[in-house]
Design a protein around this ligand. Sequence first.
Ligand code: NAG
Ligand code: NAG
Ligand code: NAG
Ligand code: NAG
Length: 521
Amino acid sequence: MDFLLIGLCLNWLLRKPPGLILCTLGIFSKMLPAVNSGCPQLCRCEGRLLYCESLNLTEMPRNLSGMMGLSLRYNSLSELHDGQFTGLMQLTWLYLDHNHICSVEGNAFQKLRRVKELTLSSNKITQLPNNTFRPMPNLRSVDLSYNNLQSLEPDLFHGLRKLTTLHMRSNAIKFVPVRIFQDCRSLKFLDIGYNQLKSLARNSFAGLFKLTELHLEHNDLVKVNLAHFPRLISLHSLCLRRNKVTIVVNTLDWIWQLEKLDLSGNEIEYIEPHVFESVPHLKSLQLDSNRLTYIDSRILDSWKSLTSISLSANTWDCGRNVCALASWLSSFKGRYDSNLLCATPEYAQGEDVLDAVYAFHLCEDTVDPTSVNTLSPMINNSDQMFGYGSAAATAYAPEADEEPTTYAITVTLPGEGAENAVQIHKVVTGTMALIFSFLIVVLVLYVSWKCFPASIRQLRQCFVTQRRKQKQKQTMHQMAAMSAQEYYVDYKPNHIEGALVIINEYGSCSCHQQPARECEV
Ligand SMILES: *[C@@H]1O[C@H](CO)[C@@H](O)[C@H](O)[C@H]1NC(C)=O
Ligand SMILES: *[C@@H]1O[C@H](CO)[C@@H](O)[C@H](O)[C@H]1NC(C)=O
Ligand SMILES: *[C@@H]1O[C@H](CO)[C@@H](O)[C@H](O)[C@H]1NC(C)=O
Ligand SMILES: *[C@@H]1O[C@H](CO)[C@@H](O)[C@H](O)[C@H]1NC(C)=O
């Protein structure tokens, strides 16, 4: 600044007219604070900014009119009286953090219309009266963190239409009154972390249309219901880590923009299967350090946009329930923490989840190892893996034993009842089966020739797609086992990836990249 001024004045001395005006203005503005009542003892003045910090002050310095910025950080102020700051009408920022302030009277901030930034953090404030901030309608940022606030008056933030940032971290707040932020239509950042919130009301956050980041970490919330954040249409990041959440639900049917959700360090045992359907843009999800034993396949299906996830330090059950998760993980392209360990059953305890899946052949169908096994999970990944629902191929394997010549796979949609499937199965006579198997062989040969001459693995993938299409048409009964087996004789999955291709049906080859017509027959 000073160099610029010297430059301007030199400019003037060299008789360049614009320099004259700027030089005079510059010198005048430098002299202004001196004119203005002088700098209080021990304080530092920079133009119209006053810094009286770390002075053990118990009272405010006097005669501060005209100041634009005032810092009283690290002093021993204990109270803010009504009208304390009158005469500071020009003030645009006020730092009062690291004092011993325990009470703030209702009209303490009178006449501070221009203040944009107010810091009251690290004091001992237990309560702020209604409308404390009302005299400061231009506030952009308020910091109340590290105090002892125990409750918030319902009208505390009324009139703060320009507020963009509000810090209340590390207080003792127990609940957030309904509509307390109603006027805060510009608020983008809200931190109520490290408090004692036990629950949230449905309208606690009403009105925060521009909020993008909400911190509720380190509270005592026991349940997360996404319906408690309605109309937070701009919210991108929600942090709920280190609460006491046991279940996550959503009782409201709506879609929001959330991209980052941190639920780590809770006690989550249950997540409602449809919760994530309301956050289709979710990119980052933290679920580590909870009590999850499995993830419902419907949840896995809704994790479509994720680019990073953390799942470690849960109590994973490495029974058959783990298959859906294992196959999802192995086809997941984003980042995830590698430290997923089995907690049960005993023989798998402490093993890495994916390692256990391979080591103990957890996701291979053990009912009839010689025939349709490796294929069956592909028929319907989700329901079958979990062992509930009507997983047809598994359920009817015993019947396949009764008719060993047919190896029929009854493919039913999961919604259909078991009786229906049995009937369909009985209709399949040996003759029909023979015809079908012949057709399938021809079909597979045709598709492989037409679609992927390249590798046997791709061929299999096409085959799977083919089968799925058939299933959709409900023309069903296939004699896949025999014919497929022939192709699979040569196919040796290489190590981990190969095995996964088998269980999860998401191999690297995908038929749909080809013109669809070529894969249809
Ligand atoms: C601050 O002032 C109080 C009395 O007002 C005194 O007891 C205390 O020792 C002072 N502290 C420092 C660091 O000067
Ligand atoms: C402060 O202002 C009062 C009147 O408001 C005046 O009497 C006093 O001299 C001023 N002190 C300084 C240091 O300017
Ligand atoms: C603050 O305002 C609300 C409603 O506007 C009222 O219910 C409450 O009693 C007020 N608090 C105090 C301390 O006056
Ligand atoms: C598996 O079954 C579920 C119903 O539980 C269905 O929504 C899904 O589309 C099926 N998957 C495939 C690959 O057919």
